[in-house]
Design a protein around this ligand. Sequence first.
Ligand SMILES: [Fe+2]
Ligand SMILES: [Fe+2]
Length: 148
Amino acid sequence: MEMKEINNEDVCAILNSIMEYELAGVVRYTHSSLMVTGPYRLPIVNFLKEQASESLLHSQQAGELIVGLDGHPSQKIAKIEETNRHTIKDILEEALEHELHALSLYKKLLASVADASIYLEEYARGLIGEEEQHSLELKAMLKDFGSI
Ligand SMILES: [Fe+2]
Ligand SMILES: [Fe+2]
């Protein structure tokens, strides 16, 4: 198989957008976990807290790759919209939107590293799998609200 040349600068730019987005996920999910009310709140609070921790882990993983590629990890976080809508349905819908955008960033990464680095390709595929799984989970949770 012929391997392409990896463009460190381009890959680091995408990884930095991933890092900033995942860090925004930490804040978003922490905020959401605090806003859940009602009789079903406990499992949902736990789910959202888990997503916050996982977002932190994902941002750290992206940061490590940036350093490995001689880039500089960002200290910024992506913009988070405050919709002031905090019903469980709203929170889950916003979480699904967040996951789908994360998924699109990892797909963008995959496109830029495909056939150029097996390691980064595997990493991108693994994260695509994880984010897809989160999206499916959220879609299943939203089914009860009849919005999917
Ligand atoms: Fe993530
Ligand atoms: Fe996720």
